[in-house]
Design a protein around this ligand. Structure first.
Ligand code: C5P
Length: 224
């Protein structure tokens, strides 16, 4: 296998207002995180999946998938980027994919596309075009200007990079206090221009309560 997948799953999901972190919420006959991990396990060029879980996580070890031979865990960090960096210390392959725990609807064709495109020095991310007209606010509840939407993309995951390049970029960006909300931001900070791979809009990140019903609908449409 030439790829390792890293899955940051150490967030608390405060916007869900649920009794547990969103990756552990029920989805169909299992949980959000299990759907996410199964989507990655289906691809046999991904050897190991490194899952970053919170230090006092009481949920992960209760999942059946926790004992899967291709899955290992590490402790997460304060921010998502810290969790990813901890997981990257366990990655021995040349290429790495980073995929949000909270994106259970990844389509196999999108996964394959970003893996192919990522095998270049600057890496690649799944992304989709913005549909709505975009505005910049003036901070006072009114419009300052319109932003040309032709230039704008939603950054999704997986994101695929050369492991050593990403590890260095994240280490340096964090040391300088840069704001890093996905792996591509660290690569951009280091001067790279990762490729945009247009992916499916149903690869949603579970964020708000209504997203669970949407994910269930999308999974029924796309899987098998
Ligand atoms: O909060 P947000 O939806 O942006 O989180 C994206 C992903 O990063 C989630 O899968 C979450 O579990 C993970 N995360 C993490 N460590 C943190 C914060 C978030 O692994 N400290």
């Amino acid at each position: 296998p030439s790829y390792t997948a890293v899955v940051p799953a150490a967030g608390i999901g405060s916007r869900m207002a649920a009794d547990r972190p969103k990756q552990y919420l029920p989805l169909g006959d299992s949980t959000v995180l299990e759907h996410t991990l199964l989507g990655l396990l289906k691809h046999d060029t991904i050897g190991t999946i490194v899952v970053a879980i919170a230090e006092h996580d009481a949920w992960f070890n209760n999942l059946a998938i926790a004992r899967h031979p291709r899955i290992i865990t590490v402790s997460g960090g304060k921010e998502r980027a810290d969790s990813v960096l901890n997981a990257l210390q366990q990655v021995a392959t040349e290429w790495v994919l980073v995929h949000d725990a909270a994106r259970p609807c990844l389509h196999p064709a999108d996964l394959a596309a970003v893996m192919v495109a990522g095998q270049q020095a600057q890496g690649a991310i799944l992304a989709c075009r913005v549909r709505d007209t975009m505005k910049r606010g003036n901070g006072l509840g009114a419009i300052a200007s319109s932003v040309p939407r032709e230039e704008l993309w939603h950054a999704l995951t997986p994101q695929c990079f050369a492991t050593t390049t990403l590890r260095q970029a994240l280490t340096d960006a964090l040391a300088c206090g840069a704001s890093i909300t996905d792996e591509a931001s660290a690569m951009e900070w280091a001067g790279f221009n990762p490729a945009l791979v247009e992916g499916r809009a149903d690869n949603i990140k579970i964020t708000r309560p209504e997203d669970l019903a949407l994910a269930q609908f999308f999974l029924k449409q796309t899987v098998d």
